[in-house]
Design a protein around this ligand. Structure first.
Ligand code: 48F
Length: 255
């Protein structure tokens, strides 16, 4: 039995990795915007993989803010809560609340059920670039590789190809930052908090920032110098949805 269990784990991992090493879309970061993007794409039968450095998905979605559980959602994003079948409370017109663990687990479950691939405990390390510096994939390594003692930490990463990459790594905007390191983008960083303006602007600016690369969620603020938004999450979901729609349109044009 032991060898059957081991064999099952290895066989499934190998099958998944073989398939997702050539994905249509790779989403880096499994927070609310990345999961939302992956969910919408998977529902449309797109081969999409989420790369997440932590063992758990959800990013900042488990906690509403200040280590408290209430996630706030502003209109019109409550329609996504309806789609996910999550009950919510109205605080005032246009402002809703839902327990973080409930909405986060529902979004994760929906994304997995829709067929998105999940590669957790794996960190984005670098971009794959092709002609005219188009982003054509990601270089990744086990998250644990970076915490190994120096003498044994020289673990070469591997690369995964994708037609479109989505940077959903939150405030860090790791993928866009890597383009900056390579002299291909100048990152302004995010501005001071202004919830209302930030929510609208983040959704509006979600999309391609470089050939082959879409940004969603708080990475949009960092990439385009928009105000930070604080503990409200409606635009994270709407941003992921917009990123998915643009990725889908781009894939269709390529076919
Ligand atoms: O930060 P995060 O939740 O991103 P988001 O979808 O949502 C932002 C909100 O949670 C909140 C906010 C607005 O309401 O201010 O902060 O924009 O999730 C980002 C995910 O990316 C993962 C990280 O562990 C988290 O789960 N991540 C970050 N860097 C890497 C990464 C990396 N280098 N490789 C893989 N995953």
């Amino acid at each position: 039995m032991e060898s059957s269990v081991t064999g099952a784990i290895i066989a499934q991992f190998a099958e998944d990795m073989k398939s997702f090493s050539q994905a249509e879309v790779i989403v880096v970061g499994g927070g609310p915007s990345g999961l939302m993007a992956a969910l919408d794409l998977a529902k449309k039968k797109v081969k999409v993989l989420v790369v997440e450095r932590n063992p758990h998905l959800g990013g900042g979605f488990w906690l509403g803010g200040f280590f408290m559980n209430t996630v706030t959602i502003r209109s019109p994003a409550e329609s996504i809560l309806d789609e996910l079948g999550v009950k919510y409370k109205q605080f005032e017109k246009g402002l809703y609340g839902v327990p973080g663990p409930l909405i986060c687990s529902k979004l994760i479950a929906a994304t997995c059920e829709a067929g998105a691939g999940i590669l957790n405990m794996v960190s984005f390390d670098d971009v794959v670039l092709r002609e005219r510096n188009r982003v054509a994939g990601v270089v990744v390594n086990w998250t644990s590789a970076s915490s190994l003692p120096k003498a044994i930490s020289m673990v070469d990463p591997i690369a995964l190809e994708a037609k479109v990459v989505i940077d959903a790594t939150g405030h860090d905007a790791c993928v866009v930052r890597k383009l900056e390191e390579r002299g291909l983008y100048k990152v302004p960083g995010f501005g001071a908090m202004w919830i209302e303006k930030s929510e609208d602007e983040v959704v509006k600016h979600s999309g391609f920032c470089h050939p082959g690369l879409i940004v969603t969620g708080m990475a949009v603020s960092t990439t385009f110098g928009l105000p930070r938004m604080g503990p409200t999450f409606g635009s994270m979901l709407l941003s992921g949805r917009r990123g998915a729609a643009l990725a889908y349109e781009n894939l269709r044009k390529k076919k």
